[in-house]
Ligand binder design. Structure first.
Ligand code: PAF
Length: 299
């Protein structure tokens, strides 16, 4: 396995003839990242993992400085997962000066995480576009935990004509149900227990969706199904998740940032008679840590 910055990458890349897979990361790797690398391995001849904590996607009051950077452990995990090249550029190489020209995420980047973290997705897409240009992968693998990021990367690939196949892997969860995240390391043991309200909320929503599917179809005029309200099954699904989160918030366990059921393609709220692919998006702050999770649903 080779490790290097821009010069070493360019030299290495120029020598490669096979199909190249990219897994972009900010380090602090866990088994969810390793699952992405393993998948990239099956999709390509050579795997590049990037490790770069991108300042452009952090707000002024966010955790850029504290973000964990356990580089030696990360390199071991990359090696275990069969990575061929770890692209770990220095900050000054990626941003020799504050970039004037950036990618703009647009309307889908201004809602949910984008509303909670203004400019976040412009920063994400700018660095991902730079990684795509530098590494020139044939395929890239992203985790679906950051689902809004995935939707936006997909859109950027289409809008900017990157010739790259995008693969999304389902959320990897710890045994207690919490979605794996590098930021889980910020959670004290009792905060971790409090954070479990998030997967419980998703389970509650999944149960209502499942029951609703087994009964009458919700009608456009506000038919009810599976205990849903007059607003239809999507609203009942969202309400089930929200109820779980609100009782956790009342106990002081977390602060809800959002909990919304949206159409997967547009991130717009699902109408009462919605059919197709939807996403339940959830975000909450637990003990100061900003956590996100989601549940894909078919209606
Ligand atoms: O998902 C992440 O870790 C980051 O947002 C990414 C895609 C590596 C860009 O910095």
């Amino acid at each position: 396995m080779e490790v290097g910055g821009i010069q070493a990458l360019r030299r290495w890349r120029a020598e490669q003839l096979g199909r190249v897979g990219l897994v972009p990361t900010m380090g602090a790797l866990h088994s969810g990242h390793q699952a992405l690398m393993t998948r990239a391995r099956t999709e390509s001849d050579l795997v590049v993992a990037s490790i770069f904590v991108n300042p452009l996607q952090f707000g002024a009051d966010e955790d850029f400085v504290q973000y964990p950077r356990p580089i030696e452990e990360d390199l071991k995990k990359c090696e275990e997962a069969g990575v061929d090249f770890v692209f770990a550029p220095a900050l000054a190489e990626m941003y020799p000066s504050a970039p004037e020209v950036r990618v703009v995420a647009g309307r889908m980047g201004a809602v949910f995480e984008g509303a909670a973290r203004p400019g976040h997705f412009d920063g994400v897409l700018t660095v991902v576009a730079k990684l795509f240009t530098l590494i020139a992968p044939d395929v890239t693998v992203f985790g679906l935990k950051d689902i809004q990021q995935f939707v936006l990367v997909k859109r950027m690939i289409a809008d900017l004509n990157f010739d790259i196949e995008l693969i999304g892997l389902p959320v990897v969860r710890d045994a207690d149900g919490l979605a794996m995240s590098s930021r889980n390391s910020y959670l004290a043991a009792d905060d971790r227990a409090r954070a479990l309200a998030i997967p419980r909320a998703l389970d509650a929503a999944a149960e209502v969706a499942e029951r609703g599917r087994g009964t009458a179809e919700p009608s456009a005029g506000g038919g009810s199904s599976g205990g849903s309200t007059g607003a239809g099954l999507p609203a009942a699904v969202e309400a089930a998740a929200l109820a779980e989160l609100e009782s956790a918030a009342e106990r002081g366990d977390l602060e809800i940032i959002y909990c919304s059921l949206v159409e997967a393609a547009t991130l717009q709220p699902c109408p009462p008679d919605f059919t197709g692919s939807a996403l339940l998006l959830v975000s909450a702050t637990v003990g100061g840590a900003h956590l996100i999770d989601n549940l894909p649903l078919e209606f």
